[in-house]
Design a binder for this molecule. Structure first.
Ligand code: DX5
Ligand code: ZN
Length: 219
């Protein structure tokens, strides 16, 4: 089974963004994880369309865009236009989630839903077969470099059962505090895609760190 490593550019050096993108291009990473924060849904602001467009100019891998914004429906077409391949919205930010998911797919993107640490897996029961990806937050969204929440393993197992039970094709992605200490256990629990920000970019040798994470994930 395929396992995907998705370094989060939130932890990159924005003064040397092209250099860090080229590093990911030549690494064993599979996706670029791109965190968009609006200062309303989460208590932080990251970056928007012009920066994503600039990333897309150099990025040679899948653009995995994670929206931590309220009312994402307003911008679905814009995110397609700046290069998103996977577009993930938060369950907690979408009162009409089914409509939002259909709108993302209508633009030709893969559709993902993210759950905050306190949001139970059960809320996805009636939408799971429509999803390409579920992103389980293993920290509270808003900042990189936080500690992994242990309850995540239980949620991954519950999500895995729901996916199997409903014959959904959704991939499971985990985001926040992923390191070489928890990636194997997460992988065994059923995680397909692993976001890693600070663990990759704060390491001495990010290329080596990525290839090691990939090896541990594959097992
Ligand atoms: C947090 C973001 C994450 C973050 C992960 O709100 O969604 O993608 O960049 O960073 P680390 O790996 O440092 O926890
Ligand atoms: Zn993220």
């Amino acid at each position: 089974m395929n396992k995907f490593i998705a370094p989060s550019l939130l932890a990159a050096d924005f003064g040397n963004l092209q250099r860090d993108i080229e590093m990911i291009n030549k690494s064993d990473a599979d996706w670029f994880h791109i965190d968009v924060m609006d200062g309303v849904f989460v208590p932080n602001i990251s970056f928007g369309m012009p920066v994503i467009k600039a990333i897309k100019k150099h990025a040679k891998k899948t653009m995995d865009v994670h929206l931590m914004i309220v009312d994402p429906d307003r911008f679905i077409e814009d995110f397609k236009n700046v290069g998103a391949d996977i577009l993930t919205v938060h369950y907690e930010a979408c009162p009409h989630l089914h409509r939002t998911i259909q709108a993302i797919k209508a633009q030709g993107m893969k559709a993902g839903v993210s759950l905050n640490p306190h949001t139970p897996i059960a809320v996805l029961e009636d939408i799971i077969t429509d999803l390409d990806l579920v992103l389980i937050m293993s920290v509270n969204p808003g900042f990189g470099g936080q500690h992994f929440i242990e309850n995540t393993y239980k949620k991954v197992e519950q999500l895995k059962s729901l996916i199997e039970f409903s014959s959904s094709n959704a991939l499971i992605e985990v985001d926040g505090g992923v390191t070489d200490e928890n990636i194997e256990k997460l992988s065994h629990a059923g995680v397909d895609a692993f976001v890693a920000g600070s663990f990759v970019f704060k390491s001495k040798n990010p290329l080596k760190t990525i290839s090691n994470l990939k090896k541990l994930a594959i097992g």
